[in-house]
Ligand binder design. Structure first.
Ligand code: FES
Ligand SMILES: [Fe+2]
Length: 392
C-alpha cells in the first residue's frame, strides 16, 4: 500500500477517541440463524458463491517452479493447478477419466501442495497424463480400451494469475478477469508484490462450524477486548479501519502505538502498515493478511453446512537463509494459530451448536461491526441475485 494511501487512512484517526469505537455501519443487520444451519441455504451458497464465480486458490509462490502444483476443493469440485514448463498455469479437474479416482493428493501434511511433478499418474490403475492434462498412456491395459473413442484427457478449467494471486473458475473455461474479481482492491494488492513471497508452511484443520464463521472471526474487532483479553487485546485498539471493495471487506486492525506518531511526527511521515494487521477478504473463500513483515493466507473449504476445513499458510519475503530464520516464521504461525484455534474457533463452534439447537432464531451484527454487516449484506445480496436470475 502506497504511503499516500496509508496517510489518507490514518487521517481518519485524527480527532477520534481511539479508546472508543468510532467506525459505524449505517444500520445494524439481523440475519436468520438458518443462514448458518440450513442445508438448503448451504447448497445455494455452494452453487452461487463457490461454483458460480472464480475462486481464490493460492499465491503464485506456492507453485512457482515447473512441476509444482496446488490442489483445492472448489465448491466440491476437485481441482489441481499445475505449473507448466513454460511458466504458465493449468487448472485441471483432479479426477481420473477412467473411473474417477483422485489424482494428485498433495503432500503428507494435507496442504494439497507438491513439487517436481513430471507426469500425473493415477494411483488406481496407472493411467498417465502429461502435466497439461493430456492422456499419455494406459499402462498394462493391453488394448482393452481400444474401442473407447472419446477424448480421455483431463477436464480443464480457466485459471488466472495476477498480482501473485491465483484464481480458478471451478465450472468452466470462461476467462477470469482478476481485476473484476478484486473489485478495486487490485491497486493495493499490486503494491504488496505478493508474487515474490515464499511459502513457508500450511496447516489444515477441520472445525464443526459453518464456513461463514471463519470469515466472521476476522471481520470485527469488537470481540478482541473480551475473547482475547489475555492475548492480543493489550496490543490493539478496539476498532478497525474498514473499507469495502465490492463484496470484499478490507479491515485494518491497529496496534495501540499507531496513534503516537499522529502527534509525534509530521503528517508526511506517518505510516500505517508497520502498526497494523491489514486483511483483504476475498469472498467467499480467501483471506490475505499483511502482517508487519510477512503474509498470512487463510483458505476456507466448506464440507457441509456445519463443517469447514481451514488452511492457514505463512509466506515470507524471501527463502529463509537458515534454520533460525525458518523457526522465526513457523513460530509466527504457532502464535497466530494459538489464538485462533484456542480462543476464536472453539467459541465459533459453540455458537454453531447454539444456532443448530434452535434456541436462537437470528443473530445481530451491530453498527459497530461494519465489516460484518457489509460481508453478510453482500453474501445475502449475491444469493438473492442468484435466485432472481434462476427465476429468469
Ligand atoms: S481410475 Fe484412474 S486409472 Fe483407473
Ligand atoms: Fe479473534
Amino acid at each position: 500500500m502506497r504511503q499516500a494511501r496509508q496517510i489518507e487512512l490514518l487521517d481518519r484517526l485524527v480527532g477520534v477517541d481511539t479508546n472508543l469505537p468510532w467506525n459505524y455501519a449505517p444500520a445494524s443487520l439481523r440475519n436468520p440463524a438458518s443462514a448458518y444451519t440450513d442445508p438448503a441455504r448451504f447448497a445455494e451458497e455452494m452453487r452461487v458463491l463457490f461454483r458460480g464465480r472464480p475462486q481464490f486458490v493460492g499465491l503464485s509462490g506456492e507453485c512457482a517452479a515447473p512441476g509444482a502444483f496446488l490442489t483445492a476443493d472448489l465448491g466440491g469440485i476437485p481441482i489441481a493447478v499445475v505449473r507448466q514448463a513454460d511458466g504458465s498455469l493449468r487448472a485441471l479437474v483432479n479426477v481420473c477419466r477412467h473411473r474417477g479416482a483422485t489424482l494428485l493428493q498433495g503432500n503428507s501434511q494435507g496442504s494439497g501442495k507438491g513439487d517436481g511433478l513430471r507426469r500425473i499418474v493415477c494411483p488406481y490403475h496407472g493411467w498417465t497424463y502429461d502435466t497439461d492434462g493430456r492422456l499419455l498412456q494406459r499402462p498394462t491395459s493391453a488394448g482393452g480400451f481400444d474401442d473407447v473413442a472419446a477424448n480421455c484427457d483431463l477436464h480443464q478449467r480457466a485459471v488466472a494469475e495476477k498480482y501473485g494471486l491465483i484464481f480458478v473458475n471451478p465450472t468452466g473455461m470462461e476467462a477470469i478477469d482478476v481485476d473484476a474479481v478484486l473489485c478495486g482492491a487490485e491497486a493495493e494488492m499490486a503494491d504488496y508484490g505478493l508474487a515474490d513471497y515464499v511459502h513457508i508452511e500450511t496447516r489444515t484443520n477441520t472445525w464443526k462450524m459453518n464456513w461463514k464463521m471463519v470469515l466472521d472471526t476476522f471481520t470485527e474487532s469488537y470481540h478482541i477486548r473480551w475473547l482475547h483479553k489475555d492475548t492480543i487485546a493489550p496490543y490493539f485498539l478496539c476498532d478497525l479501519i474498514f473499507d469495502a471493495y465490492g463484496p470484499h471487506p478490507r479491515t485494518i486492525g491497529l496496534r495501540k502505538n499507531v496513534v503516537d506518531q499522529l502527534k509525534d511526527k509530521p503528517r508526511s511521515e506517518w505510516e500505517l502498515l508497520p502498526y497494523s494487521t491489514t486483511q483483504y477478504f476475498i469472498v467467499p473463500n480467501g483471506l490475505i493478511t499483511y502482517q508487519l513483515d510477512h503474509i498470512e493466507v487463510w483458505r476456507v473449504t466448506p464440507i457441509d453446512v456445519g463443517t469447514v476445513r481451514v488452511a492457514t499458510s505463512i509466506f515470507a519475503p524471501e527463502t529463509p537463509k537458515d534454520e533460525r530464520t525458518l523457526k522465526r516464521w513457523t513460530k509466527n504461525l504457532d502464535i497466530l494459530l494459538n489464538v485462533t484455534e484456542t480462543e476464536d474457533f472453539p467459541a465459533m463452534e459453540r455458537i454453531q451448536k447454539n444456532l443448530q439447537s434452535g434456541a436462537m432464531s437470528e443473530v445481530v451484527y451491530g453498527r459497530i461491526e461494519p465489516a460484518l454487516v457489509h460481508l453478510h449484506t453482500s453474501i445475502n445480496a449475491a444469493l438473492e441475485a442468484g435466485r432472481a436470475s434462476a427465476r429468469g
